[in-house]
Ligand binder design. Structure first.
Ligand code: ADP
Length: 986
């Protein structure tokens, strides 16, 4: 950390400032006035000459700026007008940025970052935030031989890098450097690329020309607009290059063409990178990814891993992507004008690109010597330096090299270095001149470090915010002569970054051979990801249904519906198409008090429903213990009566025998509105002696045993209840859908089509029991191995096949099996065995909902997995999310295909060209999953374009709906009818 201290270098020459703290000085007399006024949190320089004024480099104070800063409007400016300041002191103050100024710079950089990332503002943004299409940092497993070609200022370097999968600790490297021929930088583009290819060819010959397929990483340190990892258009040349016919072209392709011309067909250009990305990649260690990189060398740049959906210029939406900030151009729109000094303006004017790369010209070592030179010129004009010397030499551009500046400030005997440098220019400096030159060098370099820190702090805060973290712990790779050659630069950079972004803990890692090694690693990561992608796609392919698959499912559903409705064919259909004896939906005239029972969902409930103008419901939830679910039928129905008695007591219903609607959500053959024979148990129930018996009768027998008054008017399925409860609000509601623990649907069918019930007139609600769709094998080709694994562990193996692809009871399990297979194939969690995932039902369907919430930070996915004691990397989390999305998308699409069959059949029944209908929908999966309902509707729109289908969410369908069926029945509208077919107990 930086030492906080008042101004170290007070050069007022009056000696009044020595060793005093800011607070003490602020009350001081005239001699201390100058420093007291300027003494604030400043990042400045000097330790040695600063013996006059203090100890540290960066200083902090908390008062507002006053004194030398003539007015508040100059808070950020550099007009130092106060007569009490000496010229040197004014120059130093102008170069010194208080912490609050740095905070402002950080804020502006943050804004610039956001503008660069956003599609809307990207075009005008000066900080371009270029997508790199690098979506992962190395995980240390990268392995294999990689060829690298690196285009430098005056040379081309080729490397052969062998990665050993050892955490990238000890890559084996061979390299060769070729000088760039004279004039090639300004010649034809083709010549340059042909030369690069010749270097590759020559190098391969030197190392024995291995003939296997060789991936190549191309280090091309110019500003490029990338469209993919291996597709990058050169935006513009810089650094003295101006080859024709290259700007606006894909440089990867240009290199590949030249390589092919050399007939080295086995070399494939896989990735293009710049040095910033290389730095980030080389600093990544196994288990410790480096997600930010900073270059502070002759120029400056940075990159970091951003959430991909925020990098709007790229198409990627999931995971993270490395963004190349190109922050050297920060300030080109005038954003930094209030911190630029007249010295900076001179440097800019004399540069080859005036008005451009303003941030770089404050930070890059290419410019620091020049800034110092201009400060010296100004001070000589004011006669504050080199009095009596001929200073013409200072007017020569680059007279003072940055290297000399760094030596002056970094060496123990820096003052001697200063003298040496000045004397080499033909000057005869006094001791005091040397001391002051050292102070100025220090101020210039310290400012560069502090500004780099402000930029870096903006990146870190951005990462912390977008990841929704309270504390960001991150590794920052750093490369460049300023950072590596000058320890005070390092200290200021680290200390000021910590001060400006206290919510982030950054570990700085110096990068070694970032470009060559980095390119090899990027290439290897790209290959690893491509191989992994192929395997993942292969594994998930059977779960991804095409439009044709869905149309096929729709057609099969329609076919099974017809079979189920037919008197003769019913027995062979997988859809039972059960008549419900519900002939009407509510008409709004229903009134009275009703009881309702709801059995078959997650909970068992007893309800009191008052139907008047409004519907008022009071209910209580009761548990059905597992022992009772799996016990005898008698015990089950006795338990239900016990719960009803308890409810009656709690509700003060005394001995009233209210009409009762019984929502019994298991497949039943209904023989009348209040007569329903259980065909099979589902959803984990298996009470003995019930299948093949009338459930209303069993309930009545239990009531008799318990001496309890009961009047069961209607027994309904929850799907019917859902339709009825929504029908109370919307008369168009003629379909019910449930997607919760299980799934089912019902709809109003024409009586003439219901072969299993006598009568031709009107309609009847048909409980499709569509969960069983496919039980006759018709869906076998869409079942995957994962579905079969899930099915195998259920209590009704081979049954409810459609439901097992769609509903809440199974989706989590499907995901779990896929994840296990992925671990097995080393695609997840680094292939480490994951015993927790072996536990059945540990991966809940509700996790799918949470994981798939739009914009949910992947950290939260990690947290969910952590709660399952699974340590997931960022990449793992992305993959887990993809698996969840695949499974839930398939469920929604299958549900949509089934629903398309239903609505199209209704439309055909009614002979309509177009039909509008409402579906009452219920079930936690339908309601809680963030995308399920939308994807279901999209599929339906696609497969049944002539139907306008509105979905209405049912509120308490099974309770309110059952009461409404009872109410409609009490209206006397439901005639008793007998089915033609006897029930078929299973
Ligand atoms: P039921 O169908 O039994 O009446 P629900 O409609 O409440 O009950 O559905 C319960 C099912 O919903 C459970 O199997 C569970 O897996 C699933 N589930 C629970 N919470 C969520 C959620 N947030 N997102 C998706 N599914 C959920």
């Amino acid at each position: 950390m930086l030492a906080m201290s008042p101004y170290p270098w007070c050069p007022c020459g009056r000696g009044g400032c020595r060793g005093r703290t800011a607070s003490r000085l602020s009350t001081g007399g005239p001699a201390t006035q100058c420093l007291a006024r300027g003494a604030q949190r400043r990042v400045a320089s000097s330790r040695r000459c600063g013996a006059r004024g203090g100890r540290g480099d960066a200083a902090a104070a908390h008062q507002p700026r006053r004194g030398c800063w003539s007015s508040p409007s100059h808070r950020l400016g550099h007009r130092i007008d106060a007569p009490s300041c000496s010229p040197v002191q004014r120059a130093l103050l102008a170069l010194t940025l208080p912490l609050e100024t740095l905070q402002l710079v950080k804020g502006r950089m943050l804004r610039a970052i956001r503008e660069g990332l956003s599609r809307q503002t990207h075009a005008q943004a000066k900080v371009q935030m270029l997508p790199t299409y690098i979506c992962s940092t190395p995980d240390g497993t990268e392995k294999g031989d990689i060829l690298v070609v690196e285009l430098g200022q005056s040379h081309v370097r080729t490397l052969w890098v062998t990665l050993l999968g050892d955490g990238n600790q000890n890559p084996q490297m061979r390299d060769k450097t070729f000088d760039l021929p004279a004039g090639i930088k300004q010649g034809k583009g083709e010549v340059l690329f042909d030369f690069l290819a010749q270097c590759v060819s020559q190098f391969l010959t030197d190392i024995g020309n291995p003939q296997q397929h060789i991936p190549l990483g191309f280090v091309f340190p110019f500003s490029c607009r990338k469209q993919q990892l291996h597709k990058a258009e050169l935006i513009s040349w810089s650094k003295g290059f101006s080859c024709s016919d290259v700007e606006g072209k894909d440089v990867v392709q240009l290199l590949q063409w030249s390589i092919n011309k050399q007939e080295i067909y086995h070399v494939e250009v896989v990735a293009l990178i710049n040095n910033t990305v290389g730095t980030m990649m080389t600093c990544s260690m196994e288990g410790k990814p480096c997600e930010v990189a900073l270059i502070v060398g002759s120029g400056t740049n940075s990159c970091f891993m951003a959430p991909a959906h925020l990098v709007e210029m790229a198409e990627e939406t999931s995971g993270r992507m490395c963004v190349n900030t190109e922050w050297g151009c920060f300030g080109d729109d005038g954003t930094l004008s209030d911190i630029l000094t007249s010295y900076d303006e001179h440097v800019d004017h004399e540069s080859s690109n005036p008005g451009e790369r303003r941030f770089e010209k404050l930070v890059g070592s290419l410019y620091l010597g020049e800034i110092v030179r201009h400060v010296l010129i100004a001070l000589t004009v004011e006669k504050a330096l080199f009095v009596g010397n001929d200073v013409t030499v200072l007017k020569t551009k680059d007279a003072l090299k940055t290297q000399q500046v760094l030596e002056i400030i970094s060496k123990e005997d820096g003052v001697i270095e200063a003298r040496r440098a000045l004397e080499a220019l033909g000057l005869q400096p006094s001791e005091r001149d040397c001391c002051r030159v050292q102070q100025i060098c220090r101020a210039v370099v310290s400012r560069a470090a502090a500004l780099s820190a402000a930029g870096l702090a903006a990146i870190l805060s951005h990462m912390c915010q977008t990841r929704e973290l309270e504390l960001l712990v991150v590794n920052v790779g750093v490369e460049g002569d300023l950072y590596q050659g000058y320890s005070r630069f390092k200290e200021i950079l680290q200390g000021v970054t910590a001060m400006l972004s206290p919510e982030c803990v950054a570990t700085f890692l110096p990068s070694v051979d970032s470009t060559g090694r980095g390119a090899a690693i990027v290439t290897a990561v790209a290959l690893r990801l491509a191989a992994k992608r192929e395997e993942v796609d292969q594994m998930l392919a059977p779960l991804r249904l095409s439009r044709a698959d869905l149309q096929h499912v729709q057609a099969l559903m329609r076919q099974e519906m017809e079979l189920g409705l037919g008197r003769e064919s019913n027995a062979n259909a997988s859809l039972r198409m059960l008549p419900t004896y519900v002939r009407n939906t509510p008409d709004g005239t229903e009134q009275g008090e009703f009881l309702a029972l709801d059995l078959g969902g997650t909970n068992f409930r007893v309800l009191l429903v008052r139907v008047a103008q409004d519907i008022c419901i009071t209910s209580e939830i009761y548990v059905i213990p597992t022992a009772i679910m799996h016990g005898t039928g008698e015990a089950l129905f006795d338990h239900i009566i016990d719960c009803m008695r308890d409810f009656q007591l709690n509700q003060n219903l005394k001995e009233q025998v209210l009409p009762l609607g019984f929502t019994f959500s298991f497949p039943c053959q209904q023989l009348g509105l209040n007569k329903a024979v259980l065909l099979s148990w589902t959803k984990g129930f298996s009470a003995s002696g019930c299948v093949g018996r009338d459930v209303v009768q069993m309930l009545q027998e239990a009531a008799q045993r318990k001496n309890f008054g009961l009047n069961v008017v209607a027994v309904v399925n929850d799907t019917v209840g859902t339709m009825m409860s929504c029908g109370y609000d919307d008369p168009k509601c003629e379909i019910g859908l449930i997607v919760g623990t299980g799934t089912n649907a019902c709809y109003m069918e024409e009586m003439r089509n219901v072969g299993t019930v006598e009568g031709e007139q009107g309609r009847m609600c048909i409980n499709m029991e569509w969960g069983a769709f496919g039980d006759n094998g018709c869906l076998d080709n869409i079942f995957t191995d994962f579905d079969l694994m899930v099915d195998k562990t259920t209590i009704n193996v081979g049954r409810q096949r459609f439901e097992k692809l769609i509903s809440g009871m199974y989706l989590g399990e499907i995901v779990r099996h896929i994840l296990l297979a992925m671990v097995d194939k080393q695609l997840l969690f680094c292939g480490k065995p994951c015993p927790q995932l072996q536990t059945r039902d540990i991966f809940k369907t509700k996790f799918l909902s949470t994981i798939e919430i739009d914009g949910l930070a992947l950290r939260q996915v990690q947290t969910i997995l952590q709660n399952l004691e699974i340590q997931a990397s960022f990449e793992d989390s992305t993959l887990v999310r993809e698996v969840c999305e695949t499974v839930s998308l398939r469920a929604a699409q299958l549900c949509g295909a089934g629903m398309a069959a239903v609505v199209e059949k209704m439309r055909d029944n009614r002979g309509l060209d177009r039909m509008a209908v409402t579906v009452g929908a219920d079930g936690t999966l339908y309601k809680m999953h963030p995308r399920f309902s939308q994807r279901l509707q999209q599929t339906l729109e696609d497969l049944a374009p002539n139907c306008t289908v509105t979905f209405l969410r049912s509120e308490d369908g099974s309770g309110k709906g059952a009461a409404l069926v009872a109410a409609v029945a009490c209206r006397g509208a439901e005639p008793e009818e007998q089915p033609l077919l006897p029930p078929t107990p299973q």
